[in-house]
Design a protein around this ligand. Structure first.
Ligand SMILES: Cc1cc2nc3c(=O)[nH]c(=O)nc-3n(C[C@H](O)[C@H](O)[C@H](O)COP(=O)(O)OP(=O)(O)OC[C@H]3O[C@@H](n4cnc5c(N)ncnc54)[C@H](O)[C@@H]3O)c2cc1C
Length: 627
């Protein structure tokens, strides 16, 4: 069986400027606009490229009408080339697709029928079109012949498909057999179509908002299914077309190659311009397709990371601007590097100042910032942690960390590498003063004699605490790799001898009983622990508290009242890296309760950091042997 039953003819695209010749309403729901003008014949484009006469061979050929952006008088136009057109990117031409309802080479008239559906750039143009108005269009890009090799045709579509269906019926041979289903908004929107003895046309009245009623699918489902091999042509609202195709493939067993389906439009929200309620605001009315495209764009993030990994922005900023020199300095293939630079130029990360020479664009300059490099370089502290997200599918399947499946080692093993841990702690230390200074200056530590700290930023925190509280003694609990860095770090970070003497470091994990103290400070540790481990860690922290002692807990939570994509990102990353996540307040409360603790009071300090004062809820905590 042939893969498709319609032969394809490809046309190089020509941009033409035409004039509205006539405007007629076929029904109250459909406006016919006839276009004419010299550029429908062979002509030479304004930039000097000879172009052929307009032609349209297929019943469902479409052209793209190009409109000015709202508030502008001239449209952004495609650029005519000798063969075909180039579409500028920023901004793109604002265009809409319409079927060539008819083309008469003798009169030079081209007809489009436009659905009067409401707010829309195209619909509004049709409402307001007057004879003499000028408009550009390009296309059709291809034409397909009438379906071949089928015993009968199944044709289904909504109002937007009527021009194609009407033209199909005009062009079909007398002996063809077809079932045609057309959905319109109202009975009055039916149109006179050519009748053929073997063709049954069923009009369906929607009686609901366009794109919301399953009329087409239902009608086809309940139709008499004729014997023999059908060829199906389906067009209209995207989801209706999808559902109809599913029905044909899954319930009727029609081979996919015998179904031609096109989503002609998508139901979606539209934000109208403040100045003209009949025109959508293109800035705010991105289609779901455009939004999805932006969300799933993958090449740019990877190409930028590759440039950072190779050190390209850094080299350019140091004056290595020639492509050949960059290839030598980065030990890369000059041709391949040229491709990367060319692409980065299109992203406005670099600019090619003369052939083969580059400078950094403002975005590229940011890539020389050490903090950014650390986040984007796969060996950077943040970059290496971020690798975990590639294991998301595995983590979602199992609920467990998938870091090892991506990186070949667990993240705990990465942290155990002294070099990595040193850089990790250095990075954390930078953020600590802003977090800790307000806690140190609050009355949270008033009267505390011995404070135990569990935190990646413990060194910097200890400095703030002992500086603010002259009688405070601090014990930092840290794993061996952390303890080593902290010991090296502390003498520098705590300048006064007396303060240094008040800070000690013991090698132990958060899962071992904390030394006796009247306060234990735990900062952003639980996020990396699954619930049971987090509760266990809290229990251990509270195990040797003095009778009035407290656990001071700082932990980010997922704000469910104000959903934020960054919270979502941190949550998923923690899942893939640690098997844990960012907890909601209720989830954190459950962990605290499981540890036998209660949040007696919360304090908001500094830039909005919440510190929970946890106290024991039971007279004694569960002895370790029972757990
Ligand atoms: C190959 C092809 C051929 C097409 N042929 C024709 C044709 O001959 N005649 C024709 O009228 N259309 C045709 N369409 C459909 C047309 O391109 C879309 O309806 C287009 O969205 C209209 O643009 P607009 O600027 O009026 O509305 P948009 O700015 O695109 O959309 C604005 C809002 O209107 C909604 N909307 C868009 N179209 C409709 C509709 N038909 N009914 C209800 N709500 C709608 C959108 O969901 C959105 O919320 C064709 C589409 C394709 C892909």
């Amino acid at each position: 069986m042939p893969k498709t039953s319609r032969r394809l003819t490809v046309h190089a695209l020509t941009l033409r400027e035409v004039e509205v010749v006539r405007v007629v309403d076929l029904t109250s729901g459909m406006r016919r606009i006839t276009l004419g003008g010299a550029q429908l014949h062979a002509f030479t484009s304004p930039n000097g490229h000879p172009q052929p006469a307009f032609d349209s061979l297929g019943f469902d050929d479409d052209i793209r009408l190009v409109f000015p952006y709202p508030g502008q008088t001239e449209p952004v136009l495609p650029v005519q080339k000798e063969k075909g057109v180039d579409l500028p990117r920023h901004p793109r031409p604002l265009s809409r697709a319409y079927t060539v309802r008819s083309w008469d080479a003798e009169t030079g008239e081209l007809v489009v029928d436009v659905v009067k559906h409401g707010i829309g750039v195209g619909a509004t143009w049709a409402y307001r079109a007057q004879p003499g108005d000028r408009i550009h269009f390009y296309g059709p890009s291809a034409s397909r012949s009438l379906p071949q090799d089928a015993d009968w045709l199944l044709v289904a579509g909504d109002d937007t498909a009527i021009p194609a269906i009407a033209r199909l019926l005009d062009e079909l041979p007398e002996d063809v057999r077809a079932q045609v289903f057309i959905e319109v908004a109202q009975d009055a929107h039916r149109l006179e179509l050519r009748t053929l003895p073997g063709v049954e046309v069923t009009w369906l009245v929607r009686g609901a908002e366009a794109g919301t009623a399953p009329r087409l699918v239902d009608a086809v489902k309940h139709s008499d299914w004729w014997a023999g091999r059908p060829f199906a042509w389906v067009a209209g609202e995207h989801t209706a077309v999808r559902d109809l195709r599913r029905h044909l493939v899954e319930d009727r067993g029609v081979p996919k190659e015998d179904i031609e389906f096109s989503g002609y439009w998508r139901r979606g929200d539209v934000v109208a311009l403040d100045t003209d309620a009949a025109v959508p605001d293109p800035e705010k009315s991105a289609t779901p397709f455009e939004r999805l495209h932006d969300l799933t764009e993958l090449i740019a993030p990877i190409a930028i990371r590759t440039a950072v990994e190779l050190g390209i922005p850094d080299l350019i900023s140091r004056g290595v601007t020639d492509m050949g020199d960059l290839a030598v300095s980065t030990d890369t293939d000059a041709r391949a590097l040229g491709k990367l630079l060319r692409y980065l130029h299109t992203l406005d990360v670099v600019t090619e100042t003369e052939p083969g020479r580059y400078r950094l664009a403002p975005v590229g300059e940011v890539l020389t910032n050490e903090f950014m490099i650390d986040a984007l370089h796969p060996a950077g502290v943040r970059g290496r942690e971020m690798l975990g997200i590639h294991g998301l599918t595995g983590s979602i399947r199992t609920g467990r960390p998938a870091y090892a499946s991506v990186a070949g080692q667990t993240f705990a093993e990465v942290r155990a590498e002294q070099g990595y841990e040193d850089r990790y702690l250095e990075r954390l230390a930078k953020f600590q003063p802003a977090l800790t200074e307000p806690i140190a200056k609050s009355d949270l530590l008033t009267g505390v004699e011995h404070l135990v700290i569990h935190s990646g930023g413990a060194g910097a925190q200890a400095r703030e605490f002992v500086t603010a509280h002259p009688n405070l003694r601090v014990t930092i609990c840290a794993l061996p790799a952390q303890a080593d860095w902290l010991r090296r770090d502390l003498p520098d970070t705590i300048p006064e001898h007396t303060q240094r003497a008040r800070v000690g470091v013991v090698e132990q994990s958060v899962f071992e009983p904390s030394p006796e103290a009247d306060a234990v400070f735990i900062s952003r540790v639980l996020k990396a622990l699954p619930d049971a481990d987090a509760a266990h860690a809290l229990r251990r922290a509270a195990e040797h508290l003095t009778p009035d002692g407290r656990v001071l807990l700082v932990e980010e939570t997922f704000d469910t009242d104000d959903l934020d994509e960054h919270d979502g990102e941190a949550d998923l990353l923690a899942l893939t890296v640690h098997g844990s996540g960012l907890r909601t307040e209720a989830e954190l409360d459950a962990v605290i309760a499981d540890a036998g603790l209660t949040c007696a009071q919360t304090h908001t300090v500094g830039w909005g950091t919440t510190v929970c004062e946890l106290v024991l809820t039971r007279p004694s905590i569960v002895p370790p042997s029972v757990e």
